[in-house]
Design a protein around this ligand. Structure first.
Ligand SMILES: [Zn+2]
Length: 300
């Protein structure tokens, strides 16, 4: 299985357009050890020819252009065979609306995520201009299913989280609101786990990580009160359904115990691990945990 990290930042990206925090300022002035990142998405492939994107960020157009494997091979063509959504957050779905150029799309999502994106959404009509423009393939929890005929197989695992902000309070919560993925390559036997949004510990998540050769995990915040302390907001990490990495209750100790290669993704622009020289980043390195960066390539 080939993996390309298209975007490694949380919603808003790094730097964020309306943020002048120390991290965002560092990357704007070109400080050493600070690298810009687009919003989270990865591409996976069994054969290097046909690709599946996990999450479709608002920066999808530039992300495709940044990765030659994803650009067309003919006058109207795309090597992108399907799109997988892990939840309905706008930083994971908004890019779908940018793929409106009359190209048939196959989208893998839970029924809750599909309904949340399509119901009452007049903008979605731009993806319903002809029959078959979008084919939704429903992801059922805890059941391995094929990604087309790619040779990749995917299991959706309900993961602690919440519905997207724009649906809070108007739809009942569902175990399908937020999922992680275990992806198996039938030929190589390689297993990739993908959990970019995790609100806290769970047996399902732990079981998936224990099986993975490589995993990506929620690296949104270092500390619970990161936004509060920086004067940038009132909500704690847990209020936004993200398990902070640092601190006595953080995910760091849990991640350090896992057998596979461990990579944090969906990193918020306020997180000190974005700076290569920070003590928090050094703590990760000591624990054998990496931080994803756009353009990262893996083979498993
Ligand atoms: Zn910032």
């Amino acid at each position: 299985m080939e993996v390309r990290v298209l975007g490694s930042a949380a919603g808003g990206g790094y730097p964020q357009w309306n943020c002048g925090c120390a991290n965002c300022e560092a990357v704007r002035r070109g400080a050493p050890g600070a690298r810009a990142r687009t919003q989270e998405s990865i591409a996976i492939s069994a054969d290097g020819a046909s690709w599946f994107l996990i999450n479709v960020s608002p920066e999808i157009r530039s992300q495709i252009e940044s990765c030659s494997a994803l650009t067309p091979r003919a006058s109207r063509h795309s090597p992108i065979a399907g799109l997988v959504l892990t939840n309905g957050d706008l930083d994971h779905c908004l890019g779908l609306l940018s793929l409106r150029e009359s190209h048939p799309l196959v989208v893998y999502a839970t029924e809750a995520v599909r309904a949340g994106f399509t119901t009452g959404n007049v903008l979605y009509r731009t993806l319903e201009r002809f029959p078959g423009q979008v084919t939704w393939s429903a992801l059922a929890l805890d059941r391995e299913q094929p990604l087309g005929d790619s040779g990749l197989y995917l299991t959706a695992i309900s993961t602690p989280g919440k519905p997207p902000l724009h649906l809070e309070g108007i739809r009942p919560r569902s175990a399908e609101d937020n999922i992680g993925l275990l992806i198996r390559d039938a030929r190589s036997g390689g297993r990739l786990a993908y959990f970019s949004g995790v609100a806290g510990p769970s047996d399902g998540v732990a079981q998936a990580l224990a099986q993975a050769d490589v995993f990506f995990f929620d690296g949104t915040f270092w500390s619970s009160d990161e936004l509060v302390v920086a004067g940038l907001g009132t909500r704690r990490a847990e209020d936004m359904a993200h398990w902070p990495v640092g601190g006595p209750e953080g995910s760091l100790a849990f991640l350090a115990r896992q057998p596979g290669r461990r990579i944090l993704i969906h990193v918020n622009n306020t997180n000190p691990i974005l700076r290569d020289e920070s003590p928090e980043r050094q703590a990760l390195t000591t624990a054998g945990i990496e931080v994803a960066v756009d353009g990262m390539e893996l083979s498993l």
